[in-house]
Design a protein around this ligand. Sequence first.
Ligand SMILES: [Zn+2]
Ligand SMILES: [Zn+2]
Length: 362
Amino acid sequence: MGSIDIPQTQTVALVRDLGGSVEFKTDYPVPTPGRNEVLAKVLYTGVCQSDLHTRAGTAAGPDGNPITQIKLPHVGGHEGIGQIISLGPDIMHGTGIKVGGLVGIRFSSRICRRCEFCLAGTEQYCVNSTNHLHHEDGSFQEYIALDADYLTVLPDDVDPVVMGPVLCAGLTAYKAVLNANLRPGHWVVVVGAGGGLGHLAVQYARAQGALVIAVDTGPGKRDFICEIGAQEFIDFAKEDPIKRVQEITGLGAHAAIVTAGNAKAFAHACEMLRVGGSLSCVGIPPGRPCLETPICTIVIKGLRITGNLVGSLKECMEAVDLVRRGVVKPVIKVRKFKELPQVYEEMERGDIAGRVVLQIAQ
Ligand SMILES: [Zn+2]
Ligand SMILES: [Zn+2]
């Protein structure tokens, strides 16, 4: 890679007020990489439901409360793939960090490495962390400065077009599957299976040898979901999913992964589980609704309930590797950067099967 002219300004997709519209600003400053940072040119980025929540003003903040601490103006995007174009001072040698290398732009941007959660390898919960949703400008821009010490260094041979959605949707889906403790032949229900997160959860669950019952609705979803490997499809608008899961599994499913942002879906999922079953919560319903499952059901059935906020960098690299090896195949549709406002509208209507990826670099 030869020397690259780095411009002073760039185009970003900016939201001035939460709940406001997306505006393209063409004279936003290009960051200068500071000590131990790299500057990357953003090639592609996925569009996540939480970007939409943030734009719409319905997101939860870092403490789980409705957002009060989001940096404004807000530049979203946390499923980006970039290429390093320059290195700031003091980058350590021997770390695989090089100009021309591919890097991920993920939800977690910086961590402290010293708190209890960092030390435990669960650094996504770091008490001193920052992320590309609440605190720092994300991948809806042409250039980004990233912390070299917590850099997502990707192998040179990955396909940058498909890899973006793996970094948030894929990682979260992979983590939810790990938390479901699946064994070969176990039944897992994936609710919202046709969406960006759901279609990856179906495939990561299949990679563990589990049998998948996909729940979704809408034209074309059945064919789409069966093509990516689900054994059964339930159209929740046409059939009773709880009854159907009991019919298919006999005793109920071993696990349920709910990616839908709908509170009722979580309560229904608990009803689908067998004794000792686990519920992996992934979707975040807007507002602050509670899980409507009676405590007696949780106690008597011995259910296990986990929350899933992305995953660690190590788990991210495992999720990336399964895609790199062709075991999991993100289904994506590439759109232009300028189409982001329309993409948000389509996501609000639930029209998108798989994931939209925006092409950022021209
Ligand atoms: Zn996300
Ligand atoms: Zn920490």
